[in-house]
Write a protein that binds this ligand. Structure first.
Ligand code: PHE
Length: 327
């Protein structure tokens, strides 16, 4: 029996099969009960002991080889079938889009943009600072020393216990006043839009909110300029020439004198009518920069003076767009 010829033939046959049924037929023709190899195995009985050993070993090797080749070919055929199936199938995973006309900018972002536009036209430039501030910039430099009761109104999130460099989530945008005055010499004229944080949460307060700060430092600006600037801003922002407002005396450690500004509104059957009426909504704090703050930043308070204000973006946004609940 020519083993190498049978081997060669078998391998050729196996490799050329492209179908699992055909492959099974080939397998049976060699390894099945009536297959070539099985028949040869039976014939061994007629051989001498020596020959039995030799032929038996070769037949076994051949049997194992054919078995192995068939298993390999099985994998190849299965892969081929799968690939063919995949390339023939098309699955459309897309869903038709919902019928949105278009996306919209968030009211807070839109309000910040509007605020920047108006103050830019008055000659203010935009400054920024980090959300995580030093306790010094957020409080102490603004004339709010440790243990000052004003800290209580601006309770916030404290980040470290390190005595040297206490860090807080800033409670207002005012620390950017400090950063700006440390870095630049007057005249200064900036606004600072940004995120701020306090332990506060209800329909008109959220723990994270937005403010825009204003700071002007020069040699001659007065409270009258501050008032004119804010009145012009509010009339432009709310697009109401006859806007009814009032300034109320107030207290901030970093301004002296200080004021808060309210805008009038009335509610007609649940709808907010803004800019007139006899109810008042506070929208900002302001005042003349406290000379101590200027001195803390290395600016000579005998030579320079100025004003500052801080406004809640959510507040003016809710008023302008008639949003009654922040949440
Ligand atoms: N920082 C003050 C606040 O958050 C607002 C303010 C800013 C008041 C600047 C005066 C001057 O309440």
């Amino acid at each position: 029996m020519d083993f190498s010829k049978i081997e060669k033939e078998a391998i050729e046959k196996i490799n050329s099969v492209e179908d699992l049924n055909e492959l099974e037929k080939v397998r049976l023709s060699y390894l099945g009960k009536k297959g070539n190899i099985s028949q040869e195995m039976k014939n061994i009985a007629n051989l001498s002991i020596e020959e039995k050993k030799e032929v038996g070993k070769k037949l076994n090797n051949l049997k194992n080889l054919i078995h192995k080749k068939i298993e390999e070919q099985k994998i190849i055929i299965k892969k081929f079938i799968t690939n063919k199936k995949i390339s023939g199938e098309k699955i459309d995973l897309s869903l038709p889009s919902r019928n949105f006309k278009s996306g919209k900018i968030h009211p807070i972002s839109q309000t910040i943009e509007e605020v920047i536009n108006i103050f830019s036209s008055m000659g203010f430039s935009v400054a920024e600072g980090p959300d995580i501030e030093t306790d010094y910039n957020n409080f102490t430099a603004l004339n709010i020393p440790p243990h000052h009761p004003a800290r209580d109104m601006q309770d916030t999130f404290y980040l470290t216990d390190n005595e040297k460099e206490k860090l807080v989530l800033r409670t207002h945008t005012s620390p950017v006043q400090i950063r700006t005055m440390f870095k630049n010499k007057p005249p200064l004229k900036i606004i600072v839009p940004g995120r701020t944080y306090r332990c506060d949460s209800d329909s008109t307060h959220s723990p994270m909110f937005h403010q825009v700060e204003g700071l002007l430092v020069d040699q001659s600006s007065t409270m009258a300029h501050l008032k004119g600037c804010l009145i012009d801003f509010l009339k432009a922002f709310f697009e109401i020439d006859t806007l009814k407002y009032r300034f109320r005396p107030s207290y901030f450690p970093f301004t002296e004198p200080s004021a808060e500004m309210d805008v009038a509104y009335k509610k007609i059957s649940g709808v907010l009518k803004f800019g007139e009426g006899s109810d008042w909504l506070e929208i900002l704090g302001c005042g003349m920069v406290n000379p101590r703050v200027l001195d803390n930043c290395g600016i000579d308070s005998k030579k320079f003076q100025g004003f500052a204000f801080g406004m809640g973006i959510e507040r003016i946004s809710m008023l302008k767009y008639g949003i009654t609940d922040l949440r």
